[in-house]
Write a protein of this length. Sequence first.
Length: 124
Amino acid sequence: MSVDFRTSLQNYFAAWNATTGPDDLAKAVAVAFTEDTAYTDPVADVRGHAEVTEMIAGAHTQFPGFEFRLAGEPDGHHDIVRFHWELVSLTDGSAPIAGFDVATVATDGRVSSLKGFLDRLPGA
C-alpha cells in the first residue's frame, strides 16, 4: 500500500488550524480523520469526529493566536507515519509546546489512529 503522507499531514494540520468557525472545523476534521478515529495523547483520549472536533476546539480556546506546524520531515512506512510538530505563536514566533505523533493512515489518506507525545511544555 502506498500512502501519500504529505497530503495526510496537510489535512491533519489544516484540521488543527481550522479557526474560522465550528462548521469549518467539523469539515476539516472529516477530511483529516476517519469516522472511527482513535486519538490518544497525554491530555486526551477521544474517538470519532465529534470528540476530535471538541478536543481541537478546546485547544483553540486555550491557545488563541497559535497554530500547529510540522517540524522537520515526517518519517513513514506502510500505513504508519511519525512526525514532530510545534505550537507556534502567530505574534512572536515562539513555540512553547512541541511533541511528536505516530499515526496510522487509512487507504483513503485519513488518520485512523494517532498516539501523541509531548516533548516540550511551558514551565516543564
